[in-house]
Design a protein around this ligand. Structure first.
Ligand SMILES: Nc1ncnc2c1ncn2[C@@H]1O[C@H](COP(=O)(O)OP(=O)(O)OP(=O)(O)O)[C@@H](O)[C@H]1O
Ligand SMILES: [Mg+2]
Length: 688
């Protein structure tokens, strides 16, 4: 197992009987340490099912599983490789009854949460307010606060009213037998904290826990990790403080600082060799991150040679920038024989909406591409419709799913009827589905409407029964076809959509989704959602149970030869031979920092923090590149609805590129910028 690891990496892999932290810069082989350590542990006798490896995304989990399989074959399949959230699903499914949750609880998505909050607030609320509530409640949950605790520490009227709302929200969740995403961390934490037998069970089961991208864990995730590994502390965390880019979501570098205090025997391994990028790229990365305060001193070197200089490309507009990016891709392909695959190129940017001009330009040039980190398959309306039905089979108390399923397609049951049913259900402390069969309901609802409701209720029960007894791919496929025909879903799509083309695309999505469900039922897809993967055939009901958490269906896209478009956040941990960083324009990256802060000194401190996080984001972007890197900026940018004159980002100056490699029209500007930011930096020293 020592093949392809340097001495420091080997040290980290071989240290299995205590807590271990690998702290190192980008591309130094941290993720590689995790994969090899899984293999090492198994080869030295630890049963695969007693290993948990926690990654940041489902996609990263799939990739890690693949690599582990490459090292040790089929045994890797039994290792629990998943995200914190998927681990949470598994724990709550197994032990949630301690908290009064049925194993068939539902997982709510953001839309469901918003509508429950609106409902709990008693009606008309605009989307922005609902989002604000959601955000605040999520923050509290991530700090481990319940509604009562949140109320006790509320600072102002707004927080107090949100805390009161949170209490009502929590009541509804428990009535619906549902959890939200934050609960997938906070409930497991509660289970481990409050129930000694649950804690003992998990601590005995897990012989070693490995965590990738440790710098982006938040406080509750860290608590969860601590309780999972217990005092014995058999774990390996790998991370890079310079790549912490989820501060806005509650991730905290304190977790890195706490490790040596909480685990005095912690072994810290540092890796210094970067195996990913050329020296030119690495130097730019090191220069950019240099102004940030250092948690731990680090140096990185590369032996891959100087390589191509980093290019800076200015453009008149976003459209122009996109054209230049496409031209760059084409010329890099033309320059080598054989030309590099499309999949070796990535275009990375700060925000999702920036993808559009690049998509257009790539399409115009007939270049295949995929957008990752954008709207996922499961966010599409038609897929959410189908999932609402599945959720209802699994947990008939799931009211948000009930409301969605009963109106997709519409079945002649109007808002008034549903309103009456909802009211009745609340009065009788029942879910809407349960209320359908309450003998008092006929008094509350008109006869004709009642028939429709009963028919729907019976149909759901029948489907649930059929899904439970449908095993294997063929049967699942037939079931799904019959069902879609019974509810005439295709017609529903065409009726609801003005453009036939859009309707057809939606219908194709539906078919693709059903096909994928069927394959899962046949055990033909390895999946890592909440459960240890199995390759046995499953009942359709079991398949439906795991889909709520999946964020991407298109794992197979990764094998296709396409240019990647991705946000910087979603690019974490990945690498491409050729990278184009787009929109490195002051005001875009760093994102507008000088907004809405009058003379408030707290706001100044906040800006320093945010600037540091933006700088780390830039560092993440640069370090994705293996062989060539181009950095683009635009002379104009959108500000609200207007176009305003724009400057290259200060981060371009901070890369300290060799003048000779910088594009002609930019050279003078770069000099001036460098002087300007150097002067600014001298006058404001960031707090440590
Ligand atoms: N000892 C080694 N010998 C050869 N190649 C290596 C070695 N270690 C790592 N690599 C390669 O270097 C690249 C970067 O490794 P890896 O992705 O594990 O780095 P990382 O530290 O996790 O990066 P990031 O911080 O971006 O997540 C990968 O292509 C990996 O296969
Ligand atoms: Mg990594």
């Amino acid at each position: 197992m020592s093949a392809g690891l340097n001495l420091a990496q080997l040290q980290a892999v071989h240290y299995t009987h205590g807590p271990c932290l690998v702290l190192a810069g980008a591309g130094s082989g941290k993720t590689r340490v995790i994969t090899h350590k899984i293999a090492h542990l198994i080869e030295h006798g630890l049963e695969p099912r007693r290993i948990a490896a926690i990654t940041f995304t489902n996609k990263a989990a799939a990739e890690m599983r693949e690599r582990a399989q490459g090292l040790i074959g089929r045994r890797a399949k039994e290792v629990l490789i998943c995200t914190f959230h998927a681990l949470g699903v598994r724990m709550v499914r197994e032990d949630g009854q301690m908290l009064g949750l049925k194993p068939q609880f539902s997982i709510l998505d953001t839309d469901d949460v918003t509508s429950i909050l609106k409902d709990a607030a008693g009606g008309t609320t605009d989307a922005a307010t609902a989002r604000q509530w959601q955000w605040t409640i999520s923050r509290w949950k991530n700090q481990g606060l319940n509604a009562a605790q949140a109320l006790a520490q509320a600072q102002d009227e707004q927080e107090r009213s949100t805390a009161v709302l949170m209490a009502r929200y929590e009541e509804r969740l428990s009535a619906y037998q549902s959890v939200d995403f934050d609960d997938l961390i906070s409930l497991p934490l509660k289970l481990l904290r409050d129930f000694a037998e649950v804690r003992a069970k998990w601590q005995t089961l897990l012989g070693h826990v490995l965590v990738d991208e440790y710098q982006d864990t938040n406080a509750t995730q860290y608590e969860l990790l601590k309780l999972l590994v217990g005092e014995r502390g058999h774990f390996t965390a790998v991370g890079d403080d310079d790549q912490s880019i989820y501060g806005w979501r509650g991730a905290t570098l304190d977790n890195l600082k706490k490790l040596p205090q909480d685990f005095p025997t912690l072994k810290v391994v540092k890796l210094e060799q970067n195996y990913r990028s050329t020296s030119a790229i690495l130097r730019a990365a090191n220069n950019v991150i240099e102004p940030n305060p250092k948690l731990f001193p680090k140096t990185l070197f590369s032996e891959l040679g100087e390589g191509e200089p980093v290019r800076v490309v200015g453009a008149d507009s976003e459209e122009h920038e996109a054209e230049r990016a496409v031209a760059r891709i084409q010329s890099l392909r033309a320059a080598s024989n054989p030309p590099p695959d499309w999949r070796s190129f990535a275009i990375l940017y700060r925000a999702n909406h920036q993808a559009k001009p690049f998509e257009k330009a790539l399409r115009k040039a007939n270049i295949p591409y995929k957008v990752s980190g954008g709207t996922s398959f499961f966010d599409r309306a038609e897929i959410k419709d189908l999932c609402a039905w599945f959720r209802l089979w699994i947990n008939s108390d799931d009211d948000p799913a009930f409301l969605r399923a009963i109106s997709s397609p519409k079945r002649g049951i109007g808002h008034t009827t549903l309103g009456q049913l909802g009211h009745f259900a609340t009065q009788h402390k029942q879910s809407m589905f349960e209320a359908l069969f309450n003998s008092m309901l006929p008094a509350a609802i008109a006869k004709r409407a009642l028939e429709g409701l009963h028919e729907f209720g019976r149909y759901i029960n029948e489907l649930e029964y059929r899904a439970r007894h449908t095993h294997g791919a063929e049967a699942a496929r037939a079931f799904l076809q019959d069902w879609l025909q019974e509810i005439d879903y295709e017609k529903h799509l065409y009726d609801g959509e003005e453009s036939e083309k859009v309707a057809a695309a939606r219908w194709t999505n539906v078919l693709e989704f059903c096909d994928w469900m069927a394959q899962r039922a046949g055990g033909q897809i390895d999946e890592t959602v909440g459960d240890v993967i199995t390759t046995q055939s499953k009942s359709l009901l079991e398949v439906a149970q795991t889909i709520a958490l999946l964020s991407t269906i298109s794992e197979r896209e990764k094998d296709q030869d396409m240019v990647t478009l991705s946000t910087l956040h979603a690019s974490k941990g990945l690498e491409w031979p050729h990278v184009i960083l787009a929109g490195v324009t002051e005001g875009m990256l760093p994102f507008k920092l000088d907004d809405d802060h009058g003379n408030n000194p707290d706001a100044d401190a906040d800006i320093v923090q945010r600037l540091q996080e933006e700088r780390r984001l830039m560092y993440v972007g640069i370090t994705r590149a293996q062989r060539t890197l181009a950095v683009g900026w635009t002379k104009k940018r959108k500000k609200g609805r207007e176009m305003v004159k724009a400057q290259p980002s200060r981060f371009i100056a901070e890369m300290k590129l060799d003048q000779a490699t910088v594009q002609e029209d930019y050279r003078e500007k770069l000099k001036a910028l460098r002087a300007e930011f150097a002067a600014k930096a001298a006058s404001t020293t960031p707090p440590r």
